[in-house]
Design a protein around this ligand. Structure first.
Ligand code: FAD
Length: 503
């Protein structure tokens, strides 16, 4: 009897299916490395679904003289928008000027820098607004006369992760969700990694030449618990919460408000009928997965928005809240909002001993650049393969012109004239050119299978199970879509039962 040969080790094994882990997997597999990624829960179930969802340079980072970070982030806006024009779109920000802010001419100069630093091509430039005449002044309290309007982009953060993972898998990466990395040991230049299926608790081992720890807020926990290195303290966990209220105003622009405490909050048009308000910045010491908004944070966000809007924002209007934990590299800043948003990579070991790359910090905006940098390091350690390639590559469903979203909606509507216009728009927003693949032969609502409330049908759920690792009702309702805002509890229970049957 011959002994069965052990499977070949992966070149790269990645811990964590947030935006950074999936970005690294996609870049690495696209250059020819063999890649496996394990996520202990659902894709984007950590910080990467809890962001303010801006692809932005970060106006306030300019004040902290973070020119490199701002420049890199600004440049990424149009790169990411071109890669995924379904889930990323330009957004205009209105900054109402008042006495508590810097003088108007200083803000104008700052915004001019913001306009020019990052090589803006398609995004419109900054403008000065007369808030007495402009529609943007209407929902605001009396007394705001001048404002500034500038550009950044908006992203569906959780879908950015799912689509990045899909692209990585299409290129050959092995992606396992609900699979926790419980231990990893170096063994003669190779890592032996023990992984555990979170449903069955079955364990198996895989081997890899290089380990990337992209566990976000859990990065130190992985170092301590899975790698057995005591006392790791690299990240400062900073909690941020958001509230979602019924739509506060009619136009499509977002507001950026500075509070008396110097912090800023955004009020952003959200999912057609809502306004998203956030965020807070509070040091956090608990289990990252257990983070929730406190009453004090809710009060703070309501009060901060009510300082500006004519109609006060009250607890009664809140339809949903979410909180996340920023895994910021601990640079010793005293205030949570001043801790660096830049990413830091640290390598330990080498090709002979087995190498580890730990990823600390970062933003959604810079995930592609961070991934490039990690893969450059991988190449330096285990040998070069392909070149950088992600700058000009689309994410799944994003293969249409950046400014072509409306044309894409029309195209799908033309293909499916008997389907509801709102459904067509929503599917184009989430799936881009893949929406036709999802709808297939369906011609009318009756062809879409069981109905689970709002405009959610079995056809979409089946697609998400088959293509995007959706396993539970929350995966579908809160991460692959935001239909959780519209689906009733009884429909959610039926959805859970349906998904359990499909498992
Ligand atoms: P995560 O998304 O947390 O991913 C890490 C993953 O690792 C998790 O899914 C976790 O389950 C998994 N994991 C942990 N341990 C294990 C294990 N042992 N085995 C397997 N898997 C494991 N950035 C922007 O660019 N724009 C914004 O507007 C913005 N707003 C933000 C607002 C808030 C309130 C917050 C909190 C962050 C914001 N960010 C923003 C930052 C951005 O969201 C994060 O930098 C980014 O999502 C971090 O991604 P990550 O992949 O490092 O971490």
């Amino acid at each position: 009897m011959t002994a069965e040969a052990a499977p070949a080790p992966f070149d790269v094994f990645i811990v964590g299916g947030g935006v950074n882990g999936c970005g690294i997997a996609r870049d690495a597999v696209g250059r020819g490395y063999s890649v496996m990624l394990c996520e202990m829960n659902d894709l984007a179930s950590g910080t990467s679904s809890a962001a303010t969802k801006l692809v932005h340079g970060g106006l306030r980072y300019l004040e902290h003289f973070k020119f490199r970070l701002v420049h890199e982030s600004l440049a990424e806006r149009e790169v990411l928008w071109a890669a995924a024009p379904h889930i990323i779109r330009p957004l205009r920000f209105v900054l109402p000027h008042h006495k508590g802010l810097r003088p108007a001419f200083v803000l104008r100069i700052g915004l001019l820098m913001y306009d020019t630093l990052g090589g803006r091509k398609l995004l419109p430039a900054t403008e000065t607004l007369d808030l007495i005449k402009d529609e943007a002044g209407k929902p605001l309290k009396d007394g705001y006369r001048t404002g500034f309007e500038y550009s950044d982009c908006w992203v569906d953060d959780a879908r950015l992760v799912a689509l990045t993972a899909r692209d990585a898998a299409d290129r050959g990466a092995k992606i396992r969700t609900r699979t926790k990395v419980v231990a990893a040991r170096r063994d003669g230049g190779l890592w032996t990694i023990e992984i555990e299926d979170q449903a069955s608790k079955a364990r198996e081992t895989v081997r890899a030449r290089l380990l990337v720890n992209a566990a976000g807020p859990w990065v130190d926990m992985v170092i301590v618990e899975a790698l057995g290195q005591n006392g790791a303290h690299n990240v400062r966990l900073v909690k941020g919460s958001h509230i979602v209220v019924k739509r506060l105003y009619e136009h499509e622009r977002c507001y950026i408000f500075q509070n008396a405490d110097g912090r800023i909050i955004f009020a952003i048009p959200y999912e057609e009928d809502f306004t998203l308000i956030g965020t807070t910045d509070l040091d956090y010491h608990g289990e990252p997965g257990a983070v929730t908004i406190t009453d004090a944070e809710t009060d703070y966000l309501c009060a901060a928005a009510s300082e500006y809007f004519k109609k006060p924002v009250t607890h009664e209007e809140i339809v949903w809240t979410y909180s996340g934990v920023r895994p910021l590299f601990d640079d010793g800043a005293s205030a949570a909002q001043e801790a660096t948003r830049d990413y830091v990579l640290k390598t330990a070991g080498d090709k002979v001993a087995g190498a580890l790359i730990n990823v600390f910090g970062g933003k959604l905006t810079t995930y592609r650049r961070l991934s490039e940098e990690v893969v450059e390091r991988i190449a330096d350690i285990i040998g070069h393969k392909g070149q950088r390639w992600t700058r000009d590559a689309h994410l799944p469903g994003g293969d249409f012109p950046a400014t072509g979203f409306e044309a894409q909606v029309q195209k799908l509507a033309h293909q499916y004239p008997r389907l509801d216009a709102k459904l067509i728009r929503r599917l184009t927003r989430l799936y881009g050119t893949k929406a036709g693949e999802l709808l297939g032969e369906a011609r009318e609502a009756g062809d879409l299978g069981d109905h689970f409330g709002a405009d959610l049908y079995a056809k979409e759920i089946d697609y998400l199970i088959a293509n995007e690792w959706a396993r539970t009702a929350d995966d579908v309702l809160w991460r692959r879509t935001k239909l959780g805002l519209r689906v009733m509890p009884q429909d959610k229970a039926r959805l859970s039962a349906y998904m359990a049957k499909c498992a």
